[in-house]
Design a protein around this ligand. Structure first.
Ligand SMILES: *[C@@H]1O[C@H](CO)[C@@H](O)[C@H](O)[C@H]1NC(C)=O
Ligand SMILES: *[C@@H]1O[C@H](CO)[C@@H](O)[C@H](O)[C@H]1NC(C)=O
Length: 537
């Protein structure tokens, strides 16, 4: 069935002695695929020639509590630790409406029931809550031929032990010496709870097993973009295909199941340009889930709760709504982590957007110290989306300290201006995420995230206010006052921390411990720990 030897992936890159794929050759490959596969031949043929299932299982199921911007939810982090002398540098991050978005677990007619969800390790409250309520989203699974599924029980037992160890670490973080590690020991204020994170990370390495469904043909499945604004999508899919340690070929041993489709490739191959018709994309996905849920017992067993998808495309959230269970139960790893569009931080994962132009990230990394950064704040970029027009209207050409414009003059290097700026403004564009956040981190420029509905990547682990500034859209006129209130000493501290967290955003080929690939896996691991599957009595 599966015809994607990983070696054919255009994501191959030159690190670690791997065969480098020349850009020209990769382009040729992509072009060939575009020519060879006519997008109009129908979506279902991509993974199974005889899929006759009706399109769209549940197309409109959405979490009930949909707040507007900043609607309803309790703030997870209220004020930043570096708020200057009463000057509020507010960092807000709010749950999607605060409602139990997973309530749809209970599906009366399916024969599957579940008890009401309760937060457990609650990724949305991170590791900093020593008294986090004890409980998980419980999913009761039907007994197979009246017998308890011994393998599932074993999988769950492993998770239960890990949960205990991590809870213990959360409680006793101050009574324990740091854990030893041959590569890296997380410490300091960039983490919400460095000790518990390290413990959890080590538990993940010991235990976590991902099963990647083999169904589906590249390029829509088992493939993705590697050098574009959406490269996080392709890089993760590719790294997952190559992964050994935290991957299993035996679904009975898996903690989570990966649906390896690429929305970017779907758009390229299946979407009719300018048609504004996303139905073919949604049909592809719901057909795919139909195939998997018919062939294997795993999807039905949990109604998708132990499955995950990943997409960096703006349309990722919309395409994911093609299946109601995928949308409300599964772990959705998305760049477009917009809480007003159903992104639920307690079960979904915010994926960093990383604009990779080449394979080698290293030469985009590093920058001078604060004293050699004469510009207070910098932004250059297109005037689109809901936030940027406001930013440009207020600041374009207004103030030499706040350099905001749509385009840079000819011959001026974007990267060099970032390196000469203390703060790099990262307003949302067409969607909430901006590749500027990671660019700023690479170039040691303190990121200023402007936008209201955005859940930042790894905010379950990282203490963003320690190394970034969050500015609400309504505060755009106060931008200069807010940034000028950060004292030189505070700035130096923040910049040092930016350097510390950088390793968590690095793209390595092959992946290295604590890098972006492993941080994404860790976020998925945390969410899986919050779900407990057990046989019905
Ligand atoms: C899962 O459920 C669907 C619809 O409820 C059904 O068509 C399918 O056969 C089930 N799969 C298995 C493996 O039982
Ligand atoms: C987030 O989603 C809401 C609701 O669809 C939308 O109005 C808003 O513009 C989105 N935010 C961004 C920055 O795209």
């Amino acid at each position: 069935m599966r015809v994607s030897p990983p070696s054919s992936s255009p994501c191959l890159h030159g690190h670690g002695g791997k065969v480098a794929c020349a850009v020209a050759a990769c382009l040729a490959l992509v072009t060939f695929l575009v020519v060879a596969l006519d997008p109009r031949t129908g979506a279902s043929s991509w993974f199974l020639s005889s899929s006759s299932s009706p399109p769209g299982v549940v197309s409109s199921l959405r979490p009930t509590a949909r707040g507007g911007s900043n609607g309803g939810g309790a703030p997870l982090l209220a004020t930043s630790s570096y708020a200057a002398g009463g000057k509020a540098v507010l960092f807000r991050e709010e749950a999607a409406g605060g409602g139990p978005a997973v309530a749809s677990f209970t599906k009366a007619d399916s024969g599957y029931a579940s008890v009401a969800p309760a937060p457990a390790l609650a990724p949305e409250s991170g590791f900093d809550d020593a008294d986090s309520p004890d409980g998980t989203v419980e999913v009761r699974v039907p007994l197979m031929q009246g017998r308890v599924d011994v393998k599932l029980e074993r999988v769950e037992l492993g998770l239960a032990k890990a949960r205990l160890v991590i809870r213990e670490a959360i409680r006793n973080k101050d009574k324990r010496p740091p854990l030893t590690d041959r590569d890296y020991v997380p410490v300091g204020p960039v983490y919400r709870n460095a000790y518990a994170f390290h413990r959890s990370y080590l538990e993940m390495e010991k235990l976590f097993k991902v099963y990647v469904y083999e169904e589906g043909e590249p390029p829509v499945f088992h493939d993705g973009p590697c050098r574009s604004i959406y490269s996080s999508e392709g890089r993760f899919i590719f790294a997952m295909e190559m992964e050994n340690r935290m991957r299993t070929r035996d679904p009975e041993l898996a903690h989570v199941f990966f649906l390896p489709f690429s929305v970017v490739k779907m758009v390229k191959m299946i979407y009719e340009p300018n048609s504004h018709d996303m139905e073919p994309l949604r049909r592809t996905l719901s057909d795919y889930i139909d195939v998997l849920s018919t062939k294997y017992p795993y999807w039905n067993r949990s109604l998708g709760a132990d499955h995950f998808m990943l997409s960096c495309h703006d349309w990722g959230p919309y395409v994911s709504s093609a299946d109601g269970h995928l949308f409300s139960n599964s772990i959705r790893v998305l760049c477009n982590a917009n809480t007003s569009e159903g992104f639920n931080p307690s079960k979904d994962v915010s994926l960093p957007e990383i604009n990779l132009r080449t394979d080698i990230v290293d030469n985009q990394v590093g920058g001078p110290s604060a004293s050699r950064r004469p510009i207070l704040a910098f932004f250059a970029g297109g005037d689109h989306g809901p936030v940027r027009p406001l930013l440009l209207r207020h600041w374009k050409g207004k103030d030499a300290d706040v350099q905001v414009s749509e385009y840079l003059p000819r011959g001026v290097s974007y990267i060099n201006v970032m390196r000469r700026s203390k703060f790099c403004l990262c307003p949302s564009g067409y969607e909430v995420a901006s590749p500027r956040v990671v660019e700023a981190i690479y170039l040691e420029c303190v990121p200023v995230v402007i936008g209201d509905d955005y859940v930042l990547p790894f905010s379950d682990v990282l203490n963003w206010p320690a190394f970034s500034v969050r500015v609400a859209v309504a505060d755009i006129p106060n931008l200069k006052t807010i940034l000028a209130a950060v004292s030189p000493r505070q700035y130096i501290r923040m910049q040092r921390r930016v350097r510390t967290v950088r390793r968590h955003f690095m793209v390595n080929g092959p992946p290295r411990r604590f890098d972006v690939f492993h941080m994404i896996l860790h976020s998925i691991w945390l969410r899986r720990l919050n779900v407990r599957l057990h046989g019905q009595d």
